[in-house]
Design a protein around this ligand. Structure first.
Ligand code: PLP
Length: 365
């Protein structure tokens, strides 16, 4: 059984709602009573579980997804003057992690529908910019095409924050690149409040991250901050991991119902593009691309109906960045609908009807 936080039972369908039950409450309470709150046995247990899930030899938990990205880049010896390819449509955490080391994040065009790094554009950029690493993201839970790796040996950091638990070509996510990273921010697939992890088969990479997350009992260093995850967070993520298969199945059920509702209506017409449902994926976000309707007016209409939709990712690219028309369109026209295991059928029906009304009202002026 899951519980619904009282604060959100206010007639509004929120964009995010956490999924938890007595298991999470008990796990944290037990950890509090144990008197061991800092990084300790729960973090070690979580590292073992995540490594097992991902089918990799090493997992090192850290304070956030950002810390995981930053320390993963450090482990690859990214430094001032390095360039790193990142999807042009991505969380600013990727760019910031590169900037920390003095490296230049180079935005690469994405593909419409999956909204992931475009493999051909990535290959062109590898030839042109000679990057020292690529950060690829499984955006909204859609598997990113890493076929460029057959023609390049640039190391890949795969951001799995939106898709952990997914299998790609029979391999668990987190095991097909040099490094996999996770975020346990509260609203992610696995919530821990905050937290992150680095997954790898390389003992050297794991050791770099392990010794960098904690400055204790070591000499002075500009990169050894305090990037530790704590046992309270790890206890929460361990409880969430237990319900991951159930949460993934529930998310899929809801996503398929959105597709059915939104594609069967004549009002929808050509008004929007639904997310890719062709390959095996996880439904972390349900992002609809508005084609004709003014996105700001649609957001406003939805808000008036008590539906909290969101622009899923905020633009970060500096002016003068390489032109990436698909990414531009994604920042402008993608709208993310509420999608989480506790979304009720009534709430979902209300969201779908509100969206259909809004695009009808604001489409094709
Ligand atoms: C949330 C997120 C991050 C950053 O993780 P934090 O734990 O919030 O620092 C990085 N990449 C992706 C794809 C994310 O969704």
């Amino acid at each position: 059984m899951t519980m619904v936080p009282k604060s959100v039972l206010a007639g509004v369908v929120p964009h995010n709602r956490l999924t938890f039950g007595e298991a999470e409450v008990e796990a944290v309470a037990r950890t509090i009573r144990s008197g061991q709150w800092a990084q300790g046995p729960r973090v070690a247990e979580l590292e073992g579980e995540l490594a097992r899930w991902a089918g990799v030899r090493h997992c090192v938990c850290v304070a956030s997804g950002m810390a995981a990205l930053r320390l993963a880049l450090g482990a690859l010896k990214i430094s001032a003057g390095s360039s790193v390819l990142v999807p042009a449509y991505s969380c600013v955490a990727l760019a910031n992690a590169c900037l920390f080391w003095g490296a230049t994040p180079i935005p690469v065009e994405i593909e419409a529908g999956a909204w992931n790094l475009d493999a051909n554009s990535c290959l062109d950029a590898i030839r042109q910019d000679q990057p020292e690493a690529v950060i690829a993201v499984n955006t909204f839970g859609c598997p990113v095409d890493l076929s460029f790796r057959q023609l390049s040996n640039v190391p890949v950091i795969e951001d799995c924050a939106h898709a952990f638990g997914m299998e790609v070509d029979g391999k668990p996510l987190g095991s097909r690149s040099e490094i996999g990273v996770l975020s346990f921010y509260a609203t992610k697939l696995l919530g821990g409040g905050e937290g992150g992890a680095v997954l790898t088969n390389s003992a050297g990479i794991a050791e770099f991250v392990r010794s960098s997350r904690d400055y204790g009992e070591q000499g002075a260093s500009a990169h050894r901050m305090n990037d530790k995850m704590n046992d309270l967070e790890a206890a929460l993520v361990l409880a969430q991991l237990e319900r991951l298969p159930e949460m993934i199945a529930r998310r899929e059920e809801i996503a398929l119902r959105y597709i059915e509702r939104l594609s069967s209506s004549s009002a929808a017409g050509n008004a929007f593009r639904l997310p890719d449902n062709t390959s095996r994926r996880i439904w972390y976000r349900f992002a609809v691309e508005l084609r004709d309707a003014n996105p700001d007016l649609v957001f406003e209409s939805l808000r008036e109906e008590g539906v909290d939709a969101a622009r899923p990712i905020t633009e970060w690219r500096p002016t003068g960045s390489p032109s990436c028309p698909v990414a531009d369109k994604a920042y402008r026209n993608l709208l993310s609908l509420p999608l989480y295991p506790t979304l009720t059928e009534e709430e979902q029906e209300h969201v779908a009807q509100s969206l259909l009304r809004a695009v009808e009202e604001h489409g094709r002026a």
